[in-house]
Design a protein around this ligand. Structure first.
Ligand code: SAH
Ligand code: SF4
Length: 361
C-alpha cells in the first residue's frame, strides 16, 4: 500500500508506520502535509514554551550514548545554585513562558530529593502558582515522585530511549541502575500518581531500524502517553557508543527520520503534546521550526545561565551555548512566526490528551 492510501486509513498498523517512516520525495511531502493538517484541526497552531533549566550535569549513571555520563572524566561538572535556578524561574515567569522544565543528570539521594522539593515550592511561590513545572530527573522511587508532585510539579519527562528491551540493553550497562523494566515501572508510576506523563526515544541510534522506530510509536500509543520529546541521536566522542559511528545513518538522514517520526506520531496520536527537540537544532539551525511545521507544538528555550551551557553536553554541537536567555527569547519570537506558529504566552499549554484521558474519553 502506498503512502496516500495509508494516510486515509482510520487505524495504522506496524507495516503502515514503517512505510510512512521510509517515505521519500513526493510521498514524504504528503506525510508532512497530512501531519500539518491533523495538528491544525486537532490542537491549532499555538506553540507553548517550556523554559529549560539544565541545572546540573552531575550524573550517577553511565548510559553509553551520553556525554555527561558518570565515567566521562573530561566533563567539567557543575551545579547551578538555588539562587540562579530561582532567577531563571523568575525570568520565565516575567517573560510569560507559562512553564518551566527542570532537567539534570540523574541522582537518587535524600539530599537531592529535598533540594528539588524546596525549589518546587519556591518556584510556585514566586510565580503565585502560575508557572507550570515539568521535571526531567530520571528514575526515582514512587515516594520521591509523590513528594515532588505534591510540591508542585505536574508533568514529568522520562524517555524510554528505545522501546525494544534488547536494544535498551545494548545502550546501557547491565546492572540494576540501567534496567529497562525499572524505567517502564517508573513511567507507569508517574502516570498513576497523576503527572502529565511524557516519554521519548532517540532516533537513528546504531543497530536500530525503522521497524524498531515503528514499535516506539506503537509503544507511545499503547502506553497512552500525554507528551513526547524525541530527537535524533547525535554521537559524542567521549562515549562507548562512539565506536559504532561508522554504522550510523548520515546526520541529515537522522534529521529527516526524526521529522518523519514527529509527523507520523502526530497522525497516530492527534491530541498529545510533542516537543521540538533541541537535538534537531544541533543539526539544522532551523530544525525545531521545521518540526513545528510537521506536528510539534512545544518548544523548550534554554534558560540555563549562559556560562554553564557548554558543560551540559549530552551530544556534540549543542546549539545556543553562547547565548543568554534574553537573546534566546527575541530570536524565538521571530522563528515561531516563520514556522506559521503563534506563541501561547502565559499559558500552561497542557496536553489535551491528558485531560481527555482523565475524563475517561
Ligand atoms: N538524566 C535524565 C535527563 C537528562 S538526559 C534522563 O536521562 O532521563 C535527557 C535526554 O537526553 C535523555 O533521555 C536522552 O534521550 C537524551 N540524550 C542523551 N545523550 C544523547 C545523545 N548523544 N544524542 C541525543 N540525545 C541524547
Ligand atoms: Fe545521565 Fe541522563 Fe545522560 Fe543517562 S542520559 S548518563 S541518566 S544525564
Amino acid at each position: 500500500m502506498g503512502v496516500r492510501e495509508i494516510l486515509e486509513k482510520e487505524r495504522l498498523e506496524r507495516a503502515d508506520l514503517i512505510t510512512l517512516l521510509e517515505a521519500k520525495d513526493e510521498e514524504k511531502k504528503l506525510l508532512f502535509e497530512k501531519a500539518t493538517a491533523v495538528k491544525l484541526a486537532e490542537i491549532g497552531n499555538k506553540v507553548h514554551f517550556r523554559g529549560l533549566v539544565e541545572f546540573s550535569n552531575i550524573c550517577g549513571k553511565d548510559c553509553y550514548y551520553c556525554g555527561i555520563r558518570k565515567s566521562n572524566k573530561a566533563t567539567h561538572r557543575y551545579n547551578v545554585t538555588d539562587e540562579q535556578i530561582l532567577d531563571a524561574a523568575r525570568f520565565a515567569f516575567e517573560n510569560a513562558y507559562g512553564s518551566l522544565v527542570m532537567q539534570a543528570g540523574e541522582l537518587e539521594s535524600p539530599a537531592f530529593t529535598l533540594r528539588v522539593e524546596n525549589l518546587l515550592k519556591e518556584i510556585k511561590k514566586l510565580s503565585k502558582g502560575k508557572l507550570g513545572i515539568t521535571l526531567s530527573l530520571g528514575e526515582q522511587s514512587r515516594e520521591v515522585y509523590e513528594r515532588w508532585f505534591k510540591a508542585g510539579a505536574h508533568r514529568y519527562l522520562l524517555r524510554i530511549e528505545t522501546s525494544n528491551p534488547a536494544l535498551y540493553q545494548r545502550y546501557h550497562p547491565t546492572d540494576t541502575l540501567h534496567d529497562y523494566a525499572r524505567r517502564l515501572t517508573c513511567l507507569k508510576t508517574l502516570q498513576r500518581i497523576g503527572y502529565q506523563t511524557g516519554t521519548g526515544v532517540m532516533i537513528g541510534l546504531p543497530f536500530q531500524d525503522t521497524g524498531d522506530m515503528a514499535d516506539d510509536l506503537l509503544f507511545m500509543k499503547e502506553f497512552n502517553i500525554d507528551m513526547v520529546g524525541m530527537g535524533p541521536y547525535i554521537e559524542h566522542k567521549d562515549t562507548p557508543l562512539y565506536a559504532y559511528r561508522n554504522q550510523l545513518l548520515p546526520i541529515e538522514e537522522r534529521f529527516d527520520l526524526a521529522l518523519k517520526m514527529i509527523a507520523t506520531l502526530r497522525i497516530l496520536m492527534k491530541d498529545i503534546n510533542i516537543a521540538a527537540a533541541t537535538a534537531l537544532q544541533a543539526i539544522d539551525p532551523l530544525g525545531r521550526e521545521k518540526s513545528i511545521k510537521v506536528g510539534a507544538n512545544i518548544i523548550m528555550p534554554n534558560i540555563t545561565p549562559g556560562k554553564y551551557r557548554n558543560d551540559y553536553a549530552l551530544y556534540e554541537n549543542k546549539p545556543c551555548v553562547d547565548e543568554e536567555p534574553e537573546e534566546c527569547k527575541n530570536c524565538l519570537d521571530v522563528r515561531i512566526q516563520l514556522a506559521d506558529g503563534e506563541i501561547g504566552y502565559d499559558e500552561w499549554g497542557d496536553s489535551k490528551h491528558f485531560h481527555k484521558r482523565l475524563a475517561g474519553e
